[in-house]
Design a protein around this ligand. Sequence first.
Ligand code: MRU
Length: 346
Amino acid sequence: MKGKISPIEFSNNKLILIDQRKLFETEEYFVCDSIESVYFAIKDMVVRGAPAIGVAAGYGMYIKALSLNIPDINDFRLEMKKAGEYLNSARPTAVNLSYAIKRMISVVNEEWLDIRMLKNTLYKQAIAIHNEDIHANKMIGENMLSLLGDSKSVLTVCNAGILATTAYGTATSVMYLAKEQGKELSVYACETRPRLQGARLTSYELSRNGIDVTVITDGMVAHLMSKKMVDAVITGCDRVASNGDTANKIGTKNISIIAKRYGIPMYIACPISTIDMDIKDGSEIIIEERDPSEVTHIRGVQIIPSGVKVFNPSFDVTDHEDITAIVTEKGIAYPPYDVTLKILYA
Ligand code: MRU
């Protein structure tokens, strides 16, 4: 792959993140050497995308463990538990954050005679979460390719790409794979107001890797679909409920409804770690509301009169009935999702 992007690295006990707030104009790195800096990076969206914040949280928990000089294992566990709750509060919607933290805490809760060995095992767990993400994305791409048939053009929203994961992306994995295999596939990327992840990030990483990408504004989706310009929709997601209801970037629900109207398949790409079998349906997913300034301003320029009210939910929930298939590294789930997700998850 040309123009390799390395969104997350861990080196010398520091987490090094490409600063996604500054892309595409500037490629700067943000270094985290404390759990507070990891919390900030997740909250302020230096790092973003469900799998990427999970991987960052794994390293964040390890950084916290390294900073603790507590001989008593129970006191150590208590501090790590508090750290996990703190980190988990950075963003509420993507389940990958709590998934990674739970995995780190499960190591802490094992029987340990030596805290040094416990810290080493935490390091291995953080690396495992990272490596599993890379593998999962690759497999998602392969499984998705089997669904696309002779589709020539797909539409995506937000950025479920390399930047939102650690390699390949979830929704974009199939785009990179198609390119590798010489298959003709072009991509429409919705700009994704208010944070413009599609315009700034998806266009950046796809074009850099030689993929044919066209940015559209979010309001153009129905027009394109009515003109038969889109063969399939592929999006990532932040949390899938056990009935298949799926939270993803605000605007995904609109796209799913329009796609159904025009008979266009709606595919969700996600690792198993994004499925939350503990919740019955999408009504249980907490939707993050972000600062109004994301709506009132675009890149520092005020576009709405001062004092006017705005509403800024960051995600919405796509109804399971509007989803054609959910594609994971372990296989493809089709309706009825309350049955098929259970089988994949097992
Ligand atoms: O607010 P963001 O940019 O973190 O939202 C990201 C998304 O909605 C992605 O589509 C989702 O996390 C999947 S990333 C593989």
